[in-house]
Ligand binder design. Structure first.
Ligand code: ATP
Ligand code: MG
Length: 560
């Protein structure tokens, strides 16, 4: 990783302060954290915040972080997601200490459940799901004890073992923690901790037909791993009493006593940070895949050309707080722009080509001009760019009835071709339908390298590609996927999809020094933005994705 990741080092926040205090007090000797995704989808930008926090504090305090798969819902989880998550965490530049599955702990969790039953702290409930719901109460009304709450320990033990042995069907019984049906906190009203599910699990296969629930699994997995600081998002604040209750009840048998601390989820304007909703976009075909470059999944961002460094910097910039808020998309985009501006090699490409014939340039002649690969950084070196009689320029760089302040090409006007010559437009050749077919220009042979011999100045410099040497490419021009700032807050986020989130330029022309495949970093196509070869790009059929425009034109265009 580049030095940008170290920005995270000094970013102070309330969690870092808390950990520093715990170390100071001698409460924590070695910091252990975990990042606990459920493998039921691909990671998104919200997860990056949690990854940077968990791995970042562990690293900075000399401890370690586990990547733990919280896999207690076998119906929704898969090995595809497991592999994608590992790849994404690695790509972001983090190394885990170990990579367990919560399902690796199923035997121990079963024993912990037996211990609770023996203590009289858990019971088998045989009510139906509807009955359980009905006696649970609401935020206003207390719950009520059910008829099975006072089963004997022996009966509970036997029934729970029979649940495990497969003697019952799905939903016939559940195991519940025996806490308090009158509690003001619904999570404490005898929460279900095990349920029967006769389904195959991606990790444990058919070994189990009972599965522990999240709240039971999570804290105990933390304890098994010796996690000191279990950092999670604010929606789990109401679950903390349950987290504590379980660990306190099992204090004598667990190897360590972790503590949960909550922080605000990342919510980013114009985007969704919910795997369920992202999944719907994929399944319903609103995007091509989880790694569609418009998706703010880590894999989509990678394909789009985001750098891991820019994502880590972004996470450091937004900080970690207890208060929910929406972050402006521009913050993420600018973190990327700054990183790419500093590191991307420059090339020339024409997205919407217009042919220019330079009539006084000898037919059959060609030459090389020299272009800097980075205007501010000579270490990037230079490249040779072929120039010849026929070139392409951007359609936008020509205007027939141009206003005075249009400093690009128009009949009678002169511009500089980047790294090459001055050209002057003489004539417009049109197709039968009135569209422009090509421009006829002349060049000034004395202006090679972009300076005229007589000191004559031109205001505009435009990019170009030699027609004979150009490489044809398809370019995907991406915009934000949603038109509204908070699509996740809309009842129908599908209607907030930006119909112009993808515009394909089929006939783009690239200078030959653009490598069409496997770019490690996006290029800056001069004057256009940052672009990276798509994962499906090939030598025969180059495809580039626009990673980001050079400037934020969105705010302007959408406030008009
Ligand atoms: P989703 O709703 O997208 O499925 P989740 O919280 O259910 O999100 P998990 O796989 O359980 O997804 O998340 C793993 C970790 O990432 C959790 O600790 C969770 O709190 C954290 N996380 C998920 N989304 C965000 C977010 N938007 N901002 C910060 N942390 C997040
Ligand atoms: Mg979850």
């Amino acid at each position: 990783m580049s030095d940008s990741s170290s920005a995270d080092h000094d970013a102070s926040n309330f969690i870092r302060d808390m950990i520093a205090a715990d170390i100071e007090k001698g409460k924590t000797s070695r910091v252990v954290t975990r990042f606990p995704p459920e493998p039921n989808g691909y990671l998104h930008i919200g997860h990056a915040k949690s990854i940077c926090l968990n791995f970042g504090v562990a690293r900075d305090f000399g401890g370690y972080c586990n990547l733990r798969f919280d896999d207690t819902n076998p119906e929704k989880e898969s090995v595809e997601y497991v592999n994608a998550i590992r790849r994404d965490v690695e790509w972001l530049g983090f190394e885990w200490h170990s990579n367990p599955f919560a399902s690796d702990y199923f035997d121990q969790l079963f024993d912990f459940a037996l211990a609770l039953i023996k203590q009289g702290d858990a019971y088998v409930d045989s009510q139906s799901a509807d009955e359980i719901r009905a006696t649970r109460g609401t935020l206003k009304d207390p719950g009520a004890n059910g008829p099975y709450r006072n089963r004997s320990v022996d009966e509970n033990l036997q029934m729970f073992k029979d649940m495990k042995a497969g003697k019952y069907t799905d939903g016939e019984h559940v195991l519940r923690a025996k806490i308090d049906m009158l509690s003001g906190n619904i999570n404490m009203r005898d929460p279900i901790i095990y349920r029967i599910r006769h389904v195959n699990h991606h990790n444990t296969g058919d070994k189990w037909c009972i599965y522990p629930l999240y709240d039971f699994t999570h804290g105990l997995s933390d304890a098994i791993e010796g996690v000191t600081h279990s950092l999670c998002t604010l929606e789990f604040e109401d679950h903390r009493p349950l987290y504590d209750w379980i660990l306190d009840k099992l204090a004598d048998v667990i190897p360590a006593r972790p503590e949960q601390t909550e922080f605000a989820r990342l919510q980013l304007e114009y985007s969704l940070t919910s795997k369920r909703k992202l999944n719907q976009l994929v399944v319903d075909g609103h995007v091509d895949s989880w790694d569609d470059p418009r998706m703010l999944t880590i894999s989509g961002m990678r394909r789009r050309g985001f750098t891991p460094e820019s994502i880590v910097t972004f996470c450091s910039m937004i900080g970690v707080t207890k208060k929910d808020s929406h972050i402006e998309m521009g913050v993420l985009e600018n973190a990327l722009r700054e990183d790419l501006n500093r590191r991307a090699e420059r090339r020339m490409a024409v997205i919407n080509p217009l042919k220019v014939v330079i009539e006084n340039y000898p037919e059959g002649q060609e030459e090389m001009v020299t272009g800097a690969n980075h205007p501010q950084n000579p270490d990037y070196g230079t490249r040779e760019i072929p120039f010849s009689r026929e070139i392409y320029i951007e359609q936008d760089d020509f205007m027939e009835d141009a206003p005075k302040k249009f400093f690009r090409l128009s009949v009678g006007r002169e511009v500089r071709l980047r790294f090459a010559y001055y050209i002057t437009c003489k004539k417009v050749i049109k197709n039968e339908d009135g569209s422009i077919e090509r421009l006829i220009c002349t060049y000034d042979p004395e202006s090679r390298g972009g300076k005229s011999a007589d000191g004559r100045k031109v205001k505009g410099t435009i990019h170009w590609v030699s027609a004979r040497h150009a490489v044809d490419a398809r370019v995907n021009l991406y915009e934000r996927l949603f038109n509204t700032t908070n699509p996740g807050g809309e009842t129908d986020f599908v209607s907030a999809i930006n119909p112009e989130s993808l515009i394909v330029a089929e006939k783009a022309k690239l200078e030959p020094a653009v490598n069409p495949v496997d770019n490690k970093l996006a290029y800056q196509f001069e004057r256009l933005g940052y672009f990276i070869s798509d994962s499906e790009s090939s030598e025969e059929q180059p495809v580039f994705n626009r990673t980001m425009t050079l400037r934020d034109s969105w705010a302007k265009a959408n406030k008009a």
